[in-house]
Design a protein around this ligand. Sequence first.
Ligand code: URA
Length: 235
Amino acid sequence: MKLVRLIANLGYGSRKEVAWMFREGRVTDLDGEVLYADDKLPHERILLDGEPLDPPPGLVLVLNKPLGVTCSRKDQGRVVYDLLPPRYRLREPALSTVGRLDRDTAGLLLFTDDGALLHRIISPRTHVPKVYEATLAEDLRGHEAELFASGTLLLESETTPLAPAQLEVLAPRHVRLVLTEGRYHQVRRMFAATGNRVETLARIAVGDLTLGDLPPGQWRALAADEVAQIFAAPL
Ligand code: URA
């Protein structure tokens, strides 16, 4: 791929704007040699203003999503893309969230520009566990774990029952719930179906991947071995 297109696809500017960057001599190789718009060179050998380029396509990011931001490209309020560098919103192929978390849910949110990978993570068929922690408005009644594990729970206005889910009781109003699917407001609706209400909700893991010490609002790119952790322990 010609360099002008490669750099424009990373969201640094339109092709016209990137073409100007070449004319201004801002794009060089590792030895400082000025490069031209139609040169071809491996990604890792290119510098823009002396800095390495953002990672090439095949990118996977993890964000510790704070409360109050929406998983959408544009919304009235704050969106998750506001927490990434502005050019990440302009990349081609597009960087998408891997499923969604509600505005009032915190925790582990993945982004990728790899459609096949995205599908593999969210598809119920691959049984990738999505692990949530919730606090509840009322004490558990005692029947919830069996109901969620049964594979028969039908949420309001749905026609297919939920896949079996694992509930671990941490305290009478504090639970860990492991799902392999991601239906709309699923955790909240599951507890609503038991006459309870979720007060706080956070996703703490996807597969074996956790947030580690990533603070709320911060993100980082995942290495290949970390992406592999997502698929390490299917349910
Ligand atoms: N279930 C919910 O209810 N909300 C989320 O954000 C994720 C799972």
